[in-house]
Design a protein around this ligand. Structure first.
Ligand code: HEC
Ligand code: HEC
Ligand code: HEC
Ligand code: HEC
Ligand code: HEC
Length: 396
């Protein structure tokens, strides 16, 4: 029997993901507000809520750039590929040669693919009915099958959640382990690995993960606290008290999460300044999406005067098939990767300044390194903002 099912699921993998329509009553977070308004507000501030093409400049310009550099695939085909994780409720999960021919002639306006990309159902990105409508996660599939290609959905109107005894007048509920005891399985549907158009794997969070007993949700949704899952009052006039987490999914875009994310030490070497970065987190830093950057900046002082500055950028650099600098999604190889491994540490050396009697060191993080910011012409200041991890002073 088990053999039969694994064959069946490999079959699903080969034949493409099965899209299931989301009913009007459930397709956007506004429909949940009446009873889950605190959760909806937390989620709205998260980057899961910004994962659609229209709402994240970096994502949008990456897609446009990939489409410009690729003459075999149309913009819409790239958008559909990326939707697997960024917009998994899309109703079309792949395109074919016939569609490419139509797109090349700009005659695809009425096609299912174009309509699927314009649908309101996907405009919120990773919303409630992405995570809470998942029925099963098929970990027996090859590890390159991610997002929509790795899950099957419940019927519209059924919500998977952590509680076995929940009752709601608006929707049916079904408890699932990946909402309770095994939430990493849910996060790894998308935060596992990703590869470029050339098949180069530029991020592999699942492989580098060293749990140390903590789950993703412990840090990115915060600990379970007493609260309410639904604000709806029961017959006794009170809402049901529950243990709940925050839906903030705070991460790389939030300065507060970076404070102290790495341990920083410094010492004077023979001719150098040595900066030791230790990473207590269960995944590498920088991690996740490529082109993230950690900066070490040193200001050498003589008394109160800065006499020299030195900087070191820890980031990944990517080369295209033609050995030109490129973005992760077009990379043929990674030229260098100097992130700090999970629960590991690395020492970096900076040149010393003659005549300095102290040094001020700032370690910070940037979402996009100079190279990729330049290639994509990113405008929003968030991409170049330095978020401080730690400041340190050392007598020399
Ligand atoms: C009319 C009120 C109402 C609306 C609207 C509503 N819910 Fe609920 N929901 C509830 C109640 C009540 C519970 C049970 C709470 C409890 O038992 O603590 C619940 C529970 C849940 C749970 C937890 C289920 C479990 O088994 O752990 C999820 C997930 C959920 N709702 C998602 C949603 C989503 C997504 C929407 C919008 C599409 C939505 N709800 C709209 C009332 C509502
Ligand atoms: C990225 C996945 C994800 C998204 C998106 C998401 N949730 Fe959740 N949700 C979870 C996880 C994981 C839990 C279980 C948290 C825990 O351990 O208690 C949860 C728990 C809940 C619960 C039970 C209360 C609790 O904190 O355990 C409700 C109700 C709920 N979610 C509603 C919503 C609504 C409404 C939205 C949209 C605004 C939403 N969720 C979006 C992953 C998600
Ligand atoms: C359906 C795919 C999917 C699932 C499931 C998912 N994520 Fe995400 N997550 C994404 C994508 C895509 C982004 C990037 C969105 C963007 O920046 O536009 C993201 C971003 C994030 C970020 C970064 C936020 C920031 O400010 O940089 C964190 C943290 C995160 N997710 C945590 C989680 C956790 C924890 C879970 C499991 C409970 C989870 N995600 C489940 C796809 C997913
Ligand atoms: C012990 C706490 C902890 C756990 C557990 C944890 N993280 Fe993180 N994570 C952090 C910290 C701290 C950062 C760095 C600050 C930030 O980006 O929020 C981070 C960063 C991230 C980022 C942004 C990386 C980037 O530079 O783009 C993502 C995405 C992420 N984590 C996802 C996950 C996922 C998925 C899991 C589970 C497999 C997980 N984290 C487990 C603490 C944790
Ligand atoms: C396997 C799932 C998956 C696929 C497929 C995918 N992504 Fe992502 N993407 C993610 C996750 C998860 C994150 C968040 C990681 C992090 O913050 O470290 C992310 C983050 C990003 C970011 C950074 C956004 C930000 O706000 O910092 C960009 C840009 C991006 N993806 C572009 C793309 C493009 C373009 C495609 C299609 C060619 C694509 N992605 C396909 C999972 C995926």
């Amino acid at each position: 029997m088990r053999y039969f099912w694994s064959l069946f699921f490999i079959g699903v993998g080969l034949w493409g993901a099965q899209a299931v329509q989301v009913g009007e009553k459930y397709n956007d977070s506004g429909k949940c507000k009446a009873c889950h308004s605190p959760i909806v507000k937390q989620w709205e501030d998260s980057w899961h809520a910004k994962s659609h093409y229209d709402n994240d400049e970096y994502f949008q310009k990456t897609i446009d750039y990939v489409a410009r550099k690729n003459n075999r695939k149309s913009l819409n085909t790239i958008k559909i590929e990326c939707a697997a994780c960024h917009n998994p409720r899309i109703s079309v999960t792949s395109t074919n040669a016939e569609y490419e021919a139509l797109a090349a002639l700009k005659a695809d306006k009425d096609s299912a693919a174009t309509k699927a990309l314009q649908s309101d159902t996907i405009s919120e990105g990773i919303n409630c009915v992405v995570c809470h409508n998942i029925d099963q996660i098929h970990d027996s599939l090859p590890d390159s099958k991610r997002g929509i290609h790795r899950v099957s959905w419940m019927k519209s109107g059924v919500m998977s959640g952590p509680y076995a005894d929940a009752k709601s007048p608006y929707h049916k509920v079904e408890p699932r382990d990946f909402m309770d005891t095994n939430p990493n399985q849910l996060c790894f549907v998308c935060h596992a690995n990703d590869q470029s158009e050339e098949g180069h794997r530029f991020t592999n969070m699942q492989a580098e993960f060293k749990s140390g007993g903590k789950q993703c949700v412990d840090c990115h949704m915060g600990p379970r606290k007493q609260g309410v899952a639904a604000t709806l009052r029961l017959a006794n006039g009170q809402a049901h008290t529950r243990m709940v987490r925050s839906h903030g999914f705070v991460g790389a875009h939030s300065e507060t999460m970076w404070q102290g994310a790495l341990k920083v030490d410094a010492r004077k070497g023979a001719q150098t300044l040595e900066v030791i970065l230790s990473n207590p987190q269960p995944h590498a830093l920088p991690s996740g999406f490529g082109s993230r950057e950690i900066l070490i900046e040193a200001s050498y002082m003589s008394g109160a005067k800065v006499i020299k500055t030195e900087a070191l950028s820890l980031t990944s650099k990517y080369l295209s098939k033609r050995d030109k600098p490129t973005i992760p999604h077009l990379a043929d190889k990674t030229l260098s990767n100097i992130s700090i491994p999970a629960q590991g540490s690395k020492t970096f050396s900076l040149p010393m300044a003659a005549g300095a009697n102290s040094v001020n060191i700032v370690v910070s993080y940037r979402l996009v390194n100079d190279e990729v910011r330049g290639l994509l012409e990113l405008k929003d200041p968030i991409w170049s903002k330095k978020m401080v991890i730690k400041k340190l002073s050392l007598k020399l």
